[in-house]
Design a protein. Sequence first.
Lengths: 411, 734
Amino acid sequence: MPATEPLIFDAIRTPRGRGKSSGSLYTTKPIDLVVGLIHETLSRNPELDPTRIEDLVLGCVTPIGDQGGDIAKAAAAKAGLPHSVAGVQLNRFCASGLEAVNIAAQKVASGWEDLVFAGGVESMSRVPMGSDGGAWAMDPATSFENYFVPQGISADLIATIEGFSRDDVDSYAARSQSRAATAQAEGRFSDSVVPVLDINDNVVLDHDEFIRADTTVDTLGQLKPSFQMMGDFGGFDAVALQKYHWVEKIDHVHTPGNSSGIVDGASLVAVGNEKIGNELGLKARARIVATAVTGTEPTIMLTGPAPASKKALAKAGLTIDDIDLIEMNEAFAAVVLRFARDMVGKDDEQALLEKTNVNGGAIAMGHPLGATGGMILGTLVDELHRTGGRYGLATLCIGGGMGIATVVEAL
Amino acid sequence: MSNESTIGWDLDPSDGIVTLTLDDPSQSANTMNGAYVESMRSTVERLQAESDQIKGVIITSAKKTFFAGGDLNALRLVNRENAKEFGEFLREAKGQLRTIETLGVPVVAAINGAALGGGLEIALATHHRIIVDDPKAVTGFPEVVLGLLPGAGGVTRTVRMIGIAQALVGVLTAGQKRFKPAEAKEIGLVDEIVPTVGDLIPAAKKWIAENPEAQQPWDADKKYKIPGGTPSTPSFAANLPAFPSNLRKQIKGANLPAPVAILSAAVEGAQVDFDHALEIESRYFIELATGQVSKNMIQAFWFDLNRVNGDRGRSADAERYRAKKVVILGAGMMGAAIAYVSAKAGIEVVLKDVSFEAAQRGKGYSEKLVAKAVERGRSTQEKADALLALITPSDKPEDAAGADLVIEAVFEDPKIKEQVWKEIEPHVAADALLGSNTSTLPITGLSEYVTRPEDFIGIHFFSPVDKMPLVELIRGEQTSDEATFKALDYVKQIGKTPIVVNDSRGFYTSRVIGTFINEGIAMLAEGVPPATIEQASSQAGYPAPVLQLSDELNLKLMRKIAKAARDAVEAEGGSWVQHPAEGVIERMLDEFDRPGRLEGRGFYEYAEGKRTGLWPGLRDAFPPVEDPSALALRDLKERMLFIESIESVKCFDEGVIESVADANIGSIMGIGYPPSTGGALQYVNGYDGGLAGFVARARELAAQYGERFEPPASLVERSERGEPYSDELVTASA
């Protein structure tokens, strides 16, 4: 193993709380979600000398208010880490958490840093999605020229183009729910989900609370489309159709039931090289084989995972057939279905979906924007270990038209 | 440039109030030209120099209107090369208004007549606007129609006065909208209405006396908040992303940079202070003014429109004809609507059909329209009754006695036309103008049915008549100039815009629109998905997508017209070149029996008369290409635009149309040629690279899509001479 091979020593997360004031994590500040995970990582690895941590890289998509002002450095300080630990917050929209891990891996791979903590945080109950503005949606000159539409319209456009019916996406969503419920019931998450405690060490939340085990295609079928109004009265359907001119009208199949849930949560991954692992008694659970990002057409926006995955696989010298398990963020059901089709074609897409999100995904458990990437990477490593698989792929679609992918090998 | 000031100065020593009177001695209306800026420069200097004696300022006008707006003659010459100097000019003009606005004494606009565009902008720079209660004293911003934005502070001030959303939707992009005094007050564009012009100055003086500390709210309060908020206000920010998308939806993706620039300038300007907002507004204005679309739109909607509505070679003091009594033959859809627009203009109408019941039904159309107008408060019962009283339904030719105008609008069958003309002619005035609303039959042929072919002319209305602004006048071989002028006067009398063309199959408009429709239909056979064809036509800027339009026009009619054209060509010994659209029309009619909307089935499906969506069977009938994303939308758009321009060039060459303005206005107002192009001939001038660029692109299209795109020889020669299509050049060389 090369001395700079990036290894994953630990990958933990908070449970995901419903992202509104009735959610369990609403009373917990975003910084405390991160602090809890830092403390847990240190306590799990008693020989880990915190002065050896060089940087804390955190994804956060709405970095204002409670989450503003470089929450990573603030979290490092509040966690009591030595002053020598730096911190940086980054934003690659929904992929921020995985981007943070990938950057940590690249730091280590470059040989310029040896041990980096990475992950992400998002308290969607406290800092509403989109409240940070941004030119993409808010600057008329930019938005007009670039055919900006909100993600939901893009997801419905994908479904329309691919012919995914309401039943198709609802079936996928129901399966995500039942897989997540099974995984939770069997305790597959319990090693990595760290309860959130209050300042008196009382448990605030110790499990993903968004899962609805009793979900069926029928119950999902009763939900109203989420993006119809926005498409009609917001004018966004017209924008999408002007670009995708061969489509006559958009079939609004996505609902709250087959789209990712709005939740709170944080993730943290310890990445370093073999030498420091040996010195600090850290056990490598996986190695990061390759990472990739790509840009794609921004109006349809959510088709980036396949090109990013192909790019990462090529860098790794692997093919999709070498991959035992896939975590593909369930931003919307159609995005996962489209990813499978883009990767292996219509004939083999079902087979690929069998090994994708085997423990459910964001439709069932929610998508705490900045944290999700680190969460699904951890879930992937855990599941590879549980099933004895070797290679895994984590990938997410990204706002603005991007994709990200990380290939790991279980150790 | 005249040295005489365009702004009068009158300081009343009794109250210290200066009245500035806008009065450009070189023009009948004031415009924001170089002389204005020069005069304003010395005026502002004097205001500053004598400030210790001045207690207030009134700005008014000595013209019939207050102020007309920008100087379009100058604006049309602004380009990338002289943009910097133009920017300086603009900065000075805006700076002058800003200085007056912050002079430290109350400033009042006394608006005695229309204040449009730049005129309204001057008024908005004052602290109080008083307008006379006269329906002619309208306010508004027509800039967007000319591809421009209100660049003398209009965007910046309306946004601050009434809020971003209200300013955008209600005022800045409202285009043709002219606000009467009461509406202007309701919106907030003016503050006070007085009954007569004579009341303006006293009211202004009174306000000045009562408000010695007057300031604009944005100057008085450093924390002034724009009504409705800005992008940093959460409630406003939540809706902001839907502004550009709804704009895209509204303009259907057409190339209209002005509303986009207005939206951008409004939103961006709201995020900085007033003076920097003015700077942002200027940048967008210069971008628009130097762009091709504003050149095209200024050409069409100012210069060409004035030309087609102008004297057309007749001396300005020649006597005008006013129709007093019109007989309309045929009370069908067109006849009934022509009766309505004529009566609306105060002309007595005899609406004649074969039976009284049919004539009565025709009048019913007017009854419905006036009832709706009364219901919506656009008219009064009194006016409605008066209008209806002018229309006499009849089945008797003798009711036409003394009529000075006949408009025949019966079925397009020469035999029926002959019959009605022979029946009516003896009853009407001996010098009555004889018009036919035919859209397909040659005028010269029809004129044989009357004894005075020199008084016979085609008066081609467009459907729906009460909405469509254009009338195409068709001169037959024998039509006299006098008859043409009378017809022009009638068109003006009913408030429409005329073009004059010479007799030929399809005249000008029908002939040209046919090429557009054929081009769209032909694409189906090439495997272009129908939704793409519709998008291509909408995004090119056509008001109705092409397949939708052909459903309205009906494929049966199109086949009939094509057959007549083919017969005519073959009768003259020529050989007919089959258009690829013909095969599609053939199959739609003979194989699928889908003629159009009338039958409830065409390219679209219909339920209870409403269009519900494209006919799904099109997919099997005309299988689309495998990868539609690879289709060049630009090619599809330009094929429609080019084929109509090329046909217009042919009409010009053949003398069907004699003036460039008639072609431009006729194509835009009659058959929906995209306004941003400036019309079917202006499009050739304005295409990227000018005429040479157009010729090169036409050849590319010809190589790829068929010989019909081959540029006519006359166009190639013209491009080699570097001579754009222009009536001014025609006159100059004549």
